[in-house]
Design a protein. Structure first.
Length: 87
């Protein structure tokens, strides 16, 4: 996924503006062109499965999709992102 994010950042003309922030032991945020119209953000979560971060998941889903990370709350982060570019 880092290569895909970088490719989109190149298409958007913001690849040179990379910021890699370690949020916690298991969470990093890699962004390009932060707060610009071409912004690309990738959340990298270690030790988590294919689940929706911040959602409680549940014991029935864990065997199928793996552990659910409590950070970040993906719904909140998406809302924040889209609010900046709404009309």
């Amino acid at each position: 996924m880092p290569e895909v994010a970088r490719a989109w950042a190149t298409v958007d003309g913001v690849a040179a503006d990379e910021a890699d922030v370690r949020v916690s032991r298991t969470l990093a945020r890699i962004s390009y062109g932060e707060a610009t119209a071409g912004e690309v953000t990738l959340w990298a979560i270690a030790d988590a499965g294919h689940t929706w971060p911040g959602h409680p998941g549940g014991p029935l889903l864990r065997p199928l999709f793996g552990r659910t990370s409590r950070e970040p709350d993906a719904t909140t982060e998406l809302w924040r992102f889209f609010q900046r570019y709404g009309s």
